[in-house]
Write a new protein. Sequence first.
Length: 235
Amino acid sequence: MLLAELEVHHSRPAQPTRRLALGHLVLPVDPPPGLGGVLLGAVVAQHARTLTSDDINDVTRLIDHVEHGRRVVQPCLRHRYQVDRHGLAVSRHRLWSEDDEIKFDFDSNGTDLAQVLAAAYALERLDIAHRRVVAPVMRRAVRWRGPIGPALVAHLAGARSAEITALADPRGWALGVLGFPTGVASPSKREVTKRYRERMRSVHPDHGGDDSSASVAISELAEARRILTDLVSVN
């Protein structure tokens, strides 16, 4: 199932001019940073690896400008951002779900710099409140040099789980991980802690838990407790 999409229209690499436009966008950002924010960060992480240090610094400044609604003078980083897409090549980047896990599909037909710039301009399509959450995700992605997979998703979203439900509905996911029955609205901090300790005992190898899956289970229980505890603090 398609979760998010970024369509980029750009000059072909052999052309002397550098033009850039956005096409179809599917960028859900609730709850922040949302699956759209994760995709924008992943596009940046995938394509920023080949950029020079000067370009990385300029991209970071561009993200800052967009985040705060400042005017971006054109051309920017040797590319002119425009509305017209006539005669431009197309790259498409998608985020998919497969067995409740996130999969990326990068179809890049242009330069790496064009893809990174497109992600920054896609950020501009979001309202200011969402930009201020997604922009830090993109800045973290600029210097990512690890694999493009679950570790990146966790790094970008600030979560320890890359499951779709953990990103799309973190509260519902956390309630399920800690074993709260369906229909529970807002458990207290004491109830969350009690459930966490009970579940930890059941999955820990010292109490008969499976050694091969214990580390993942323990990590997800800690993340579920964090999510629910943060919600209690906010409310």
